[in-house]
Design a protein around this ligand. Structure first.
Ligand code: PRP
Ligand code: MN
Ligand code: MG
Length: 183
């Protein structure tokens, strides 16, 4: 079978770098929520790895809830129109919510989601993302915690997929263009 590391060009961030940066973010989050822990809301499926690592890094009771959303509309790229495929189990009225994401690309998913959760009467809604592509942003998103800003490249690993593969790669790496250039 094909090895997981085939078809990658550059490792952008190793597993160790990701964990170390996440530990720094966790210390900030602990400080910022010293009164009451937030509800961690992960966005399936990409956020699974960062949620698992962040939640275990935090020194307070970290309740987790999950949403699944899909952007649809014209083309394969995010359109900003978002459909909820799986909603939260928790009622977030009056609660502090921390959205946990793997990556902010165009920002369309997160700007929609943040507004959606705020409209449910959450006390506060903040965003924590492992990665962000500042040069790909189409809308401004107020992000409280960012792991790393990265260039506009097709990256996979640490939850990020290409056609559902590579999510279990431990590092974040750039996918070789020949893999997706046929599309
Ligand atoms: C990816 C990623 C973010 C979103 C970012 O999810 O995990 O959730 O896209 O894109 P945006 O900033 O342009 O909106 P995807 O829709 O691929 O689903 P997945 O998490 O299941 O891979
Ligand atoms: Mn996602
Ligand atoms: Mg994806």
């Amino acid at each position: 079978a094909k090895h997981l590391g085939d078809d990658l060009t550059v490792v952008l961030h190793t597993e160790e770098e990701l964990r170390a940066r996440l530990a720094e973010l966790a210390r900030e989050i602990e400080r910022d929520y010293s009164d009451e822990p937030p509800l961690l809301v992960g966005v399936l499926k990409g956020a699974v790895m960062v949620m698992a690592d962040l939640a275990r890094e935090l020194n307070f009771h970290a309740q987790m809830d999950w949403m699944a959303v899909s952007s649809y509309g014209v083309g394969t790229k995010s359109s900003g129109v978002v459909k909820i495929l799986k909603d939260l189990d928790a009622d977030i009225t009056g609660r502090d919510v921390l959205i946990v994401e793997d990556i902010i690309d165009s920002g369309l998913t997160l700007s929609w989601l943040k507004e959606n959760l705020e409209s449910r009467g959450a006390k506060s809604v903040r965003i924590c993302t492992m990665l962000r592509k500042p040069e790909a942003l189409k809308v401004e998103v107020d992000v409280a915690y960012v792991g790393f800003d990265i260039p506009v490249e097709f990256v996979v690993g640490y939850g990020l997929d290409y056609a559902e593969d590579y999510r279990n790669l431990r590092d974040v790496a750039i996918l070789a263009p020949h893999v997706y250039s046929g599309e």
